[in-house]
Design a protein around this ligand. Sequence first.
Ligand code: ZN
Ligand code: ZN
Length: 369
Amino acid sequence: MNRWLRWGLIGLVVLAAVAGAGAYAVLRVPAVQDALFERLATNALFSNRDAVLKDDALRAIVCGSSSPMPDPHRAKACIAVIAGGKIYIVDTGPQSYGNIAVWGLPIRHIGAVFLTHFHSDHIGDLGEFNMNSWALGRAAPLDVYGPPGVERVVAGFAEAYALDQGYRTLHHGADLMSPDNWKMIAHPIALTGDATPARDRTAIAFDDGTLKVTAIEVNHSPVEPAYGYRFDYKGRSIVISGDTARHPPLAKAAQDADVLFHEAQAQAMVQGLQTIADHAGNARLAHILHDIQSYHTSPVEAAGLANDAKVKLLVFYHFTPPVLNMVAEAMFTRGIAAVRPDGWLMSHDGTMIELPLGSSEIKIGSVAR
Ligand SMILES: [Zn+2]
Ligand SMILES: [Zn+2]
């Protein structure tokens, strides 16, 4: 390196250091901090996410893509379906309300909650959804649909949050924080007909004339019953599996849907974890890892089911084990392409699917900031 080049490089390094130190010093000036705070707070408070409510599409946003296994980057099960200016939440897994809040979604326009079943990774944030949508201006009690037993879940969360509701009404006044609007109303969905070994019953859970939600019996035994849901809105459709072992009747109920959100458990990876737990002497964990293999669906099985259902797009969520990096994702998705070369994707928290009305288009995007 010649002398001039060396001095030039040293000069650049010194300039960068001085600029960095200068920027750091500027950030310590209170007036600069105040101006930055105002700018950031204005962006956060007035960023307009109301566009997701526009009645020009049926939309779904993944507000939680994780299974119960720990994942630092994903909340537990939650899909928000947006139709006709309302946000319908399918499962309220732990941390999922935090996603909704961080993304600034207009949750005061919540239409209802639909619970697939009552494992904790699907219900943990129900109290948060109810409390925060009310505090932010929800104008009516919150309807919560689910399998029989939803009454107990709703009553339990209501009791746990009742003192907080009292504080807030006292603090802000009943006009702003109406105790009546804070209430949740449980709607147990009864399937039509007697139980059969095939678990192939359905029921209309909700129908307001434009949006129809169908509960679909799935196989998450010993959880009985457990549901998936199908949303039909103005010619577009979204199906959400909930938790289930491979379940052919779900393919029938999801027939020709635009999008199928399906849970996925990479059985070979779970078996590998079981072996490792066994070798490490953790018999309890090995036992659990053995048991969970019976009531979830592998990615390849879900791909086959999506083909049988002739859905246009398959979106995987509820990943077991967690997909923490590229290598894990490559292992997780092994074999899918051989069954279904196109028309599938691995979701992240924030994945948004838009189905424009009067069209067959499927747009894939993200609301994560
Ligand atoms: Zn689950
Ligand atoms: Zn479950």
